[in-house]
Design a protein. Structure first.
Ligand SMILES: C[S@@+](CC[C@H](N)C(=O)[O-])C[C@H]1O[C@@H](n2cnc3c(N)ncnc32)[C@H](O)[C@@H]1O
Length: 253
């Protein structure tokens, strides 16, 4: 009789213990399915933002920084729309994501563009990346995997990872990874003044259905849950969700 061992969440060992791959098959399946359903990590939900948005601020700061780098990595690039937008501000950019459907869409978008300094690659942060040491002088991470810190060796010494994540990001884990993988100078800024307003429940449903690992709230079987969420998320009588974000950054020692 023979046994085969299947490791669902691969392990890696740092000085502070054992890390497991957080992104399981379910999560990758979800990103693949939203790519097929919506043509990427996006939706056509109509909404307006009011207040200082971390997302808007992140994009603005990124555009200011990108021109000074030779080769940039966008980790967890999704379907690549944002990478292609940022490509106009830098010399060379690579987008990596472990959801194959996302990479397929990103490559199609790239083919339709006139850009020749962009690549999209399937990359999973829990496996060694196929790049020589110190390939990139900057890595950005727009709500992608924080486990990118494991891949320190591909970033030039003194280079930074610049990231934005919603509430729930685990800074305890990030601090531990920083020590294990040779980073320092963690900076964190919180943005929670922004609200996203919807005209009606349908628009809010479309928006939520395309948010990280949520069920498809546009379907009748999730209508009750959506209605309850609508009741809980009223601001001045309007349907609204608070946008809470952290912009953070670390430097490779
Ligand atoms: C919230 S989406 C953000 C997509 C894109 N950055 C954007 O702003 O539109 C997160 C992306 O990270 C990818 N991802 C999550 N964990 C990953 C991992 N461990 N390695 C590589 N990609 C990962 C997902 O497949 C998904 O496309």
């Amino acid at each position: 009789m023979s046994f085969s061992l299947r490791i669902k969440n691969p392990l890696f060992i740092g000085r502070h213990g054992i890390y497991t791959a957080r992104m399981g098959k379910e999560s990758r399946d979800w990103y693949n399915s939203i790519a097929q359903r919506n043509g990427g990590y996006k939706s056509d939900a109509q909404f307006t933002r009011e207040g200082l948005s971390g997302e808007v601020e992140f994009e603005k700061r990124l555009m200011e920084r990108l021109p000074s780098y030779d080769h940039v990595l966008d980790i967890g690039c999704g379907h690549g729309e944002f990478t292609l937008k940022m490509a106009h501000y830098t010399k060379r950019i690579t987008g990596g994501d472990n959801a194959e459907e996302m990479i397929k869409i990103a490559r199609n978008l790239l083919d339709k563009s006139t850009l020749s300094h962009v690549d999209f690659l399937p990359l999973w942060t829990h496996q060694d990346f196929p790049f020589p040491d110190e390939t990139f002088d900057f890595i950005y991470n727009r709500r992608g995997p924080t486990s990118i810190l494991r891949q320190a060796r591909i970033l030039k010494r003194g280079g930074r990872i610049f990231a934005i994540h919603p509430e729930g990001v685990n800074f305890e884990r990030i601090r531990t990874m920083m020590e294990d993988f040779g980073f320092d100078d963690l900076t964190i800024e919180e943005f929670n003044d922004c609200y996203i307003y919807f005209e009606n429940l349908e628009e809010m449903g479309k928006f939520l259905a395309a948010s990280h690992c949520n069920p498809d709230y546009t379907l009748p079987e999730h209508r009750k849950d959506l209605e309850q969420m609508g009741e809980k998320n009223l601001r001045g009588g309007r349907l609204a969700l608070q946008e809470k974000r952290y912009i953070w950054s670390v430097r490779r020692k």
